[in-house]
Design a protein around this ligand. Structure first.
Ligand code: ARG
Length: 378
């Protein structure tokens, strides 16, 4: 059984009891991915927040004594719970923000993580299947027209000028992430990896990074409806060509259990100059509303020195089937933001450190139809 120093806080260390280890230690999923591979990254990097990666859709069931605990601890989602996720943008209620709130939001980004049903996840996929995933996805993307029309840049073959531009746009994923490496997600890097973006740079797809697809929609301003519609439209079109792994308990299947469910993360990029000087207060507000603060360059990046942060939330279950009410997650989930160039001129304009709460409320209210009172009950 892995040894965890006493300061270890990862979910892996909390969920992996001796008993569960004994039950699972020699298990494999149906693609041959072992339980030890599943927990390797968090065993090696004890500073992990979670420390677990699945090898395939089947890992969630083959290792269920353990995976059920991880999913429940992170998402509050029990083994008997059903997941309901809707990419129908017509049912999204999102009236425009009032002008004062709108002014505070530099940009809005929503992404979903998706994997193809016909293959194991990136942790376990073979070299030839990974290429096949790239081929399938890029052939679907090549048929995109209108607002979604764009170009695929393969990491292997892009020119230096393209690379420079993609770095300048903060679009490029670079590899070299120790967590992904330890999970086998960077094998044969950069082969079969790449980035698609539309001409307006409001729509992006990452191919064969942590998940086989990260479908991303973003634009300046606070128009959540537009951002989500673009995303849903693209995801639905890709799915017509290549089915996504999904089931009615877990929703969309992701490599990291944090993303299971909708696979969705919505974030806004806002300036909070006063709060940036009071990290404790900033963090306590974020914790209270189950959102995470991140640097402008995404996960594991610092919020400093730029006085910019983002507040996001993502949703495992969008609706309680019985009441059609939104079901909030119990745990915060991470967010990321890539728009370095979108810093607004809000510096020093924040009226009080309290206002982000209202902003969170309105984002949550518009996004999932719940109010501050619901939030407080979570
Ligand atoms: N494996 C890392 C950890 O446990 C990242 C977890 C969440 N982030 C992600 N990109 N899946 O800390």
């Amino acid at each position: 059984m892995p040894y965890f120093p006493s300061a270890t806080k990862s979910l892996l260390s909390k969920c992996l009891t001796r008993d569960i280890w004994e039950q699972c230690k020699d298990r494999r999923d149906k693609f041959g991915f072992t339980f030890r591979q599943c927990i390797f990254s968090g065993s090696k990097y004890t500073e992990s927040g979670v420390g677990v990666y699945a090898g395939s859709h089947d890992s969630y069931y083959a290792f269920s004594p353990f995976m059920d605990r991880i999913i429940e601890a992170y998402h509050g989602h029990k083994p008997s719970d059903k997941h309901l996720s809707s990419m129908d943008y017509n049912s999204l209620k999102c009236p425009a923000f009032p002008p004062d709130e709108d002014k505070m939001i530099n940009s809005t980004r929503i992404r979903v993580a998706r994997n193809l049903a016909a293959y194991p996840l990136g942790t376990q996929i073979s070299r030839s299947d990974r290429k096949e995933v790239e081929r399938l996805v890029t052939s679907a993307l090549s048929e995109f027209t209108g607002d979604l029309k764009g170009k695929y840049y393969s990491l292997e073959s892009m020119t230096d000028a393209e690379k420079k531009q993609l770095i300048a746009d903060h679009f490029l994923f670079k590899g070299g992430d120790k967590y992904l490496q330890s999970a086998g997600l960077e094998r044969e890097w950069p082969e079969a990896r790449g980035i698609y973006h539309n001409d307006a740079k409001t729509f992006l797809v990452w191919v064969n990074e942590e998940d086989q697809l990260r479908i991303i929609s973003m634009q300046q301003g606070s128009n959540i409806g537009q951002v989500f519609s673009r995303l849903a439209d693209a995801a639905n079109k890709i799915e017509q060509k290549a089915k996504f792994a999904n089931d009615d308990h877990l929703g969309y299947i992701s490599t990291c259990p944090t993303n299971s469910g909708t696979g969705l993360r919505a974030s806004v990029h806002i300036n909070l100059p006063k709060l940036m000087r009071n990290k404790e207060l900033h963090q306590s507000i974020a914790d209270k509303y189950h959102v995470q603060i991140r640097g402008i360059h995404g996960e594991h990046t610092e919020t400093e020195p730029r006085p910019t942060s983002c507040i996001t939330r993502h949703i495992l279950d969008q609706r309680y089937p019985s009441t059609n009410r939104a079901l909030p997650l119990r745990q915060p989930v991470v967010s990321s933001w890539q728009f370095g160039w979108l810093r607004a001129a809000l510096l020093e304009q924040v009226p009080s450190p309290e206002w982000p709460m209202d902003l969170c409320h309105c984002i949550c209210r518009y996004w999932c139809g719940w109010d501050a009172e619901d939030h407080a009950r979570v």
